[in-house]
Design a protein around this ligand. Structure first.
Ligand code: GH3
Ligand code: MG
Ligand code: MG
Ligand code: MG
Length: 298
């Protein structure tokens, strides 16, 4: 069993909150709000997994709360189930059109509320897992190319707003075709996973991204890192990969697996294209390869 889900119960009548809490608290954690305004605050602070939202409330009504939740990128994925005494189809359709996933009528049936909440939580868990898999590389657990491109696009927006810096590192394993030829494809896969783990330990896990860019090529996005900071990180990565001591008889750079690294740093400029940062780092990587490999250029 995983962690207990957090359900936000919103209703202007305390009795309704008590009834829903009593029905759900055995299986889930409950937090509550007694107005639309409070619901938006608690949705942000308590990070619930699902909301049971009353429609008729003074001030912000349930529809308006739902509209605001769906308009907020941080909260848009939060599943909303309306609970209401309104019996007409129009009210129900309006709720569903605003992005609610379900609608339960008052007086509520405890078993139906329990079953619907359970189903919607399971669907949310699967959606979250799919979303995670869509941006994760299966072999290494790093971000994949899609994640890299999304992060770069996000960073381009951020850089156009503040004048901070951003560095990109591109890294490629040296003479890897010969490694596969000599030691086999499975050993090659294990080598890629070890280089990936080294990379991910060398960057800050809160703000930086380490991604698998292609077969034996990786990229790091380092928001806020100056050029000299990024070059220093690149040297650390280069040294740590060599220190793994993975034998590589076919390499002309060392008797062990090594990497070549290119570094590029961007600052804000008009018409900024984030894929140009990758091109700039790639050009430096090419120079590192040409200079004999196991090198950092930037
Ligand atoms: P260089 O030093 O110039 O980078 O030489 P290289 O041989 O590493 O360069 P190249 O790009 O020609 O070869 C990359 C090789 O990586 C070719 C391919 O067989 C191998 N490769 C790509 N993806 C994978 C993978 O997922 N697993 C394994 N085992 N090998 C892979
Ligand atoms: Mg009400
Ligand atoms: Mg390559
Ligand atoms: Mg290579």
């Amino acid at each position: 069993m995983g962690q207990r889900a957090v359900i936000l119960v919103v209703d202007d009548e305390a009795t309704n909150i008590e009834i829903l809490s009593a029905i759900l608290e055995e299986e889930h954690e409950i937090c509550f709000a007694t107005s639309g305004e409070e619901a938006l605050e608690v949705a942000r602070s308590a990070a619930p997994d699902l909301v049971l939202l009353d429609v008729l409330m003074p001030g912000l009504d349930g529809y308006e709360v739902c509209r605001r939740l769906k308009a907020d990128p941080q909260l848009a994925d939060l599943p909303v189930i309306f609970t209401t005494a309104l019996g007409d189809q129009e009210a129900e359709v309006r709720g569903l059109e605003l992005g609610a996933i379900d609608y339960v009528h008052k007086p509520i049936s405890p078993v139906i509320v329990q079953a619907r909440v359970r189903n919607h939580l399971e669907m949310k868990r699967m959606r979250d897992e799919l979303a995670r898999l869509a941006v994760t590389d299966a072999l290494t657990g790093l971000g994949n190319r899609r994640k890299l491109e999304a992060t770069l696009a996000q960073e381009a927006v951020r850089l156009s707003l503040d004048a901070s810096e951003l560095s990109v590192i591109i890294l490629d394993i040296d003479f890897f075709k010969r490694f596969n030829d000599n030691y086999g494809h499975s050993a090659g896969d294990r080598c890629i996973a070890m280089v990936a783990a080294t990379l991910s330990r060398a960057v800050r896990d809160t703000s930086d991204l380490a991604a698998r860019y292609g077969g034996e090529e990786f990229a790091c996005v380092l928001p806020g890192a100056t050029h000299s900071e990024a070059v220093e990180i690149a040297h650390t990565i280069r040294d740590r990969v060599r220190a793994l001591g993975i034998p590589h008889g076919g390499s002309e750079a060392a008797p062990f697996v090594t990497v070549s690294i290119g570094v590029a740093t961007a600052t804000c400029y008009p018409g900024l294209d984030s894929m140009n940062w990758i091109k700039a780092a790639d050009a430096q990587l090419y120079l590192a390869k040409a200079a004999g490999r196991h090198a950092v250029f930037g």
